[in-house]
Design a protein around this ligand. Structure first.
Ligand code: BES
Ligand code: MN
Ligand code: ZN
Length: 494
């Protein structure tokens, strides 16, 4: 889908479909009033006769208008004064769904024109692009038979009220397109089954990114190199699997040559059976999503490349399966991490931290300004925060606040949870430097505290996306989170 911005005053009102916001309990104003004029008062009559109330999320398609505006799609915006950025996005979603159902190949979007909800024009445009593109996302289909019809809409002109708005909105659209492309890549990878999306496959996709974007370069390390690097903790997780592990390193260089990069470490467990501490079979299929951290950091780099962001970033992805077998790591086994700390593996299902700690240690060679790990790390985080908020832990208040703010702006929110020595004590072991589990209590916090032991001297944040990364049930599938949060954070730093 192509996006363009256009000034209201230029009034090129010829379109296959004008998308028009209508506010509840209020006369037509702004663009709607202008378009009402072009439509011989049709809109005001519809509102006056009570055929469209403007209730948030309602839509009404007026087809076959027979003039330069071939169709009008009325979108309920709710009460103008209670507008918020949440309501605005709801209205956009409703518009996107209605556009999918009509046959228009081109649309004139006017919802971003109004300052409804006090939203920055940049975000009005960005949300519009993100939402429209998201509505066109389809899960990579492994179904046989006829393919569903592709959406018809290919071009959207987004109307701006002023020249200043137009300039910000142009940027907003570009960034929205980048975020949507990154989120789509992340979703595609996460939605694929684990027999397709293996560590090897993830490595190939990362190499593909380097082919596609000149600022991206990729290196994929295989097991012999991981042994040489002494990644004993990472390797202990892959031991039981027949699929070879990979450490995938993807660099995006858009900033100054010597500028310290932001390191993004993504958990890439392409399938988590739990290992010898085998999981319950109920919903075990969803453990194909246990590489969403990896998918989201790849998606984030893709987004940076699409928008040509002036920043340096590096994604580091430990990728492997967690399987039981005669060779698998057993509860009680002690392994030595790359950092030299020994770890007693009391539960082989707490494998995410075991691969992340070595990847965090590896990230030091890039002397990153900040390191952020992203992981579907604990069921405890799902219990604490549900699907709405990602868990955030950090050893740096400024970094934590930046990520919280980015999450709010990007509509991809997170919530800070604590770290603390008192929790770290739960990780004591009689046999090794630390144990890989800290008991039932505060499971999301003790998991983060485990990682905290490996990031001394670095500005670090941890995003536990176990709840936010995918939906279960009838809508089972990846959400694409937290690509929008990460890209927003990175763009704000750039
Ligand atoms: N990948 C899981 C976490 C998970 C569970 C994410 C359910 C989403 C939904 C992780 O590897 C895991 O198994 N964690 C254990 C840790 C425990 C053994 C300390 C958990 O949360 O049960
Ligand atoms: Mn596990
Ligand atoms: Zn896992």
């Amino acid at each position: 889908m192509d996006f363009a911005t256009e000034l209201l005053s230029s009034r090129r009102l010829r379109t296959e479909c004008a998308v028009i916001g209508v506010y509840e309990h209020s006369p037509l104003t702004g663009v709607a009033a202008t378009l009402d004029g072009a439509l011989d008062g049709r809109l005001s009559r519809i509102v006056k006769h009570g055929d469209f109330s403007g209730r948030l999320g309602d839509t009404l398609l007026l087809p076959d208008l027979g003039g330069p505006i071939e169709r009008a799609l009325l979108v309920g915006m709710g009460a103008r004064k209670s507008g918020s950025s949440r309501h605005y996005r709801r209205a956009l979603q409703a518009a996107a769904q209605a556009l999918l159902k009509c046959g228009a190949t081109e649309a004139l979007m006017t919802l971003a024109c109004d300052a409804y909800g006090d939203i920055d024009p940049y975000y009005r445009a960005r949300y519009a692009a993100e939402t429209l593109l998201q509505s066109h996302y389809r899960i990579p289909s492994l179904k046989s038979g006829r393919k569903p019809k592709a959406p018809t809409l290919t071009g959207v002109r987004v109307l701006a009220a002023t020249q200043t708005d137009l300039t910000s909105m142009k940027r907003g659209l570009l960034h929205g397109v980048g975020i949507a492309a990154g989120a789509a890549l992340s979703k595609d990878l996460a939605n694929l089954p684990a027999n397709v999306c293996t560590p090897t496959y993830l490595g190939q996709v990362a190499k593909g990114l380097a082919k596609e974007h000149r600022r991206i370069s990729t290196r994929v390390l295989a097991e012999p190199e991981l042994k040489r690097l002494k990644m004993g903790s990472f390797l202990s997780v892959t031991r039981g699997s027949a699929e070879p592990a990979r450490l995938i390193v993807v660099e995006y260089r858009g900033g100054k040559a010597g500028a310290a990069p932001i390191a993004l470490v993504g958990k890439g467990v392409t399938f988590d059976t739990g290992g010898i501490s085998l999981k319950d079979p109920g919903a075990m299929d969803e453990m194909k999503f246990d590489m969403t951290g990896a998918a989201s950091v790849l998606g984030t780099l893709k987004a940076l490349a699409v928008v040509d962001a002036p920043i340096n970033a590096v994604a580091i992805i430990p990728a492997c399966e967690n399987m039981p077998s005669g060779r698998a790591t057993k509860p009680g086994d002690i392994v030595t991490s790359m950092a030299g700390l020994t770890i007693e593996v009391l539960n082989t299902d707490a494998e995410g931290r075991l691969i992340l700690c070595d990847a965090l240690t590896y990230s030091r060679r890039f002397k990153p300004a900040v390191v952020i790990d992203v992981a579907t790390l604990t069921g405890a985080c799902v219990i604490a925060l549900g699907a709405h908020l990602s868990g955030l832990m950090s050893n740096d208040d400024a970094l934590a606040n930046d990520l919280l703010a980015a999450g709010q702006r990007a509509a991809d929110p997170c919530w800070r949870m604590p770290l603390g020595e008192e929790y770290q004590e739960q990780l004591k072991s009689n046999f090794a430097d630390l144990a890989n589990i800290g008991g039932r209590e505060a499971g999301a916090v003790t998991a983060a505290c485990f990682l905290w032991k490996f990031v001394d001297g670095m500005k670090w944040a941890h995003l536990d996306i176990a709840g936010s990364a995918w939906l279960g049930g009838a809508n089972k599938g990846s959400t694409g989170r937290p690509v929008a949060l990460l890209v927003d954070y990175l763009l704000a730093r750039a």
